[in-house]
Structures are given as C-alpha cells and as structure tokens.
Write a protein that binds this ligand. Structure first.
Ligand SMILES: C[C@H](O)CC(=O)C(=O)O
Ligand SMILES: [Mn+2]
Length: 337
C-alpha cells in the first residue's frame, strides 16, 4: 500500500471563511478530533499565515501564536504546522511559533519568487523544524518554471515542495504535468494543495498522487478560501477505495465534518458564480470584490475584467490593474459604438 501524508488546512485556509475569527475553543476542539482521527499534520494560523492579522488581510480574533499553543496542547501524535509568507510573516514570528510548539513550517511564495524563501527556509531548518516550500499560483507558470523554482527551495533545504493551485484554476492535466516533472527531477517529497473553484479539487489531488505526490492537503468540510479546498473526509474515503494508506480514520473524520458543519461553518462551502469565475479566470479570490466595484463604476462586466486579469497573469499586490482593465474596457466599448 502506498503511504500518503495529509496536511489538514481547515484551521488555516479555513480561517478565510470565518473572517479569521476562530476562537481558542474551536481550535482546541477541531485539533483534538483531527488528532484522534490520526491526521499527521495540522496547520494553524491566520489564513494568510503568521503575521497575517492586519488591516490589509483582516484582523484575527485570537493572535495566531495563541492558537498554535492551544493546538499544540491537543495535538497528541499530530504535528502542528504554520504557514509563513516572507514579507507578511517574519523570522521573529517563526521563532515565536516554534516556541509555541509548531514543528513544521510551510514557506510560501508566488510561484516565480522562490528566491525570497531562502532565509526563512534556512532559519527554520537550523531551528530543527520540518520545512516545506509552497509555490503559490502554480497554474500561472509553465511546468519548467515551476521545476526551476522548486529546485531553489530544495537547494535552500526544504524537505518537500508543494505545487499550490491557489486559484483553483488547474485541470488534471496541468497537475500531472507539474507534479511529474518535479517528481522526475527533485529528490525531496512533492506535495499538492488544491482549491475547488472548478469542482476539481478531489480529481486534481488524485492526479497529483498518481503523478507521484506523497504530501497532499485536505480541509474538513472543504473549509478554505474561495470555493474551499479538497474535502478531507471525502478524500480519505476515496484514497482508501483506491488502496492508498493515509493512516486516517474515515468515520472519525466524518463525525468531525458533521460537527464542523453544525458548529463552525457560517454557510455551506459552495461553488458560487464568483468563486467559479476566479478559477476559470485563474486569479486570486481577493480580486473578486474589487472587480465587482470597478465593474459597477465603469459599467462593464466583472467577469470580463477577471478573465482579462487572468490573461495578464496578475499577482497579489497588483490590484491597481483592476481599475486599469475596467477603464480600458469601458473606453473600447465607447470607441466601438
Ligand atoms: C496565503 C494563501 O492563502 C496560501 C494558500 O493557501 C494558497 O495560495 O492557496
Ligand atoms: Mn489555499
């Protein structure tokens, strides 16, 4: 039986869904149940990682180091992980997370900017943490570029590198192309993190596993940004049917999902037309709100703005392009009529 390692991200990516308002009691209860189910890695931080609590990304109800401490108390045999985006989180934040008991860090960069992860990966490794590189928006770069960037993370000391489909934009063939190339040329573990905007999170995760990924992400009840992530309890069942070993108790995961659905989920994690179009266009979910505002201002369709932004391969921080695109569309319409 082939062994896979699942990282559960509901207490991190799912933080976006609850506006970063997780309470200590919620983190305690979910961690306890995930640990009892045998989930090996549980990621806990603000949705945008350590240091994410801010005016720009939304303030957390509880400082994430406090949430890490609570999770560590309940972790049992599971490892508590944190996410760190260099520039949002700092080395100081990382040290605090380590002191609070986190033992794995995923250092996340845009898919073409792995070089900014060097200092953070090296420091975390020197501290004795398990270190994972996390290449976000991986759909937006060709497989050869993803490989080149993953090699950098491997060279800095990452023990695993993830292909991260942040926008939920990949088709199974996109996943296969990227994961199989990394598998062929890297000696570290390969991971995959999916979003469900095109209703392909489970299918894409299976494509990743079949192409050689051994680290995969799941989120109970899909709890995650946009249309959510790969639904852990479903994934565990499907992998079991396919003969993969996750070490996770399916019934305990299903019980936890019922609990989360009743007590945490503000509304079912659905593929709305908004979240679908983000995956279709291949842009970050945070662009949606701004595109709707710009569409109203310039009298154009927000979907057209987003599709154009996807073609231009915008990255987080380029929100000013939304206005530019909307304005150009409005001008073009005037000149045609
Ligand atoms: C900061 C992002 O939410 C990280 C992530 O989960 C993704 O890119 O997907
Ligand atoms: Mn994500």
């Amino acid at each position: 039986m082939k062994k896979l390692w699942i990282t559960e991200v509901a207490l991190r990516d799912g933080s976006h869904v609850v506006g970063h308002q997780f309470t200590k009691e919620q983190v305690r209860s979910v961690t306890r149940q995930l640990s009892a189910a045998g989930v090996p890695y549980i990621e806990v931080t603000h949705g945008d990682g350590l240091g994410g609590s801010s005016l720009q990304y939304g303030f957390s109800k509880v400082y994430d180091i406090e949430l890490v401490k609570v999770a560590v108390e309940e972790a049992g045999n599971s490892t508590i992980a944190v996410l760190l985006l260099p520039g949002i989180g700092t080395i100081e934040d990382l040290k605090k997370a380590y002191d609070a008991g986190a033992r794995m860090v995923r250092v996340a960069t845009h898919v073409t900017e792995a070089d900014v992860s060097k200092q953070h990966i090296e420091t975390a490794k020197a501290m004795g943490m398990e270190v994972v590189g996390f290449l976000m928006m991986a759909h937006s770069a060709p497989p050869e570029v993803v490989l080149e960037q993953a090699k950098l993370m491997e060279a800095y000391g990452a023990g695993a590198v993830y292909v991260t489909d942040s926008a939920g934009a990949m088709l199974p063939s996109d996943v296969t192309a990227r994961i199989s190339l990394l598998k062929a040329y890297l000696s570290v573990d390969i991971g995959f993190h999916a979003h469900n905007n095109l209703s392909l999170a489970v299918a894409n995760t299976l494509a990743a596993v079949e192409a050689g990924a051994t680290r995969i992400d799941g989120s109970v009840c899909c709890l995650g940004a946009g249309a959510g992530n790969t639904q852990t309890e479903v994934l565990v069942g499907v992998l079991d049917r396919l003969g993969y070993e996750t070490g996770i108790d399916l019934y305990k995961m299903l019980d936890l999902a019922d609990d989360v659905r009743t007590n945490i989920l503000p509304a079912p994690q659905d593929i709305t037309s908004g979240s679908f179009i983000m995956g279709y266009a291949g842009v970050y979910s945070s662009f949606l709100r701004h595109a709707v505002v710009a569409a109203e201002k310039f009298g154009v369709d927000a979907r057209d703005i987003l599709v154009e932004l996807g073609k231009r391969k915008v990255v987080g921080g380029q929100e000013d392009m939304i206005i530019e695109v909307a304005q150009q569309m409005a001008e073009k319409r005037v000149s045609i009529s």
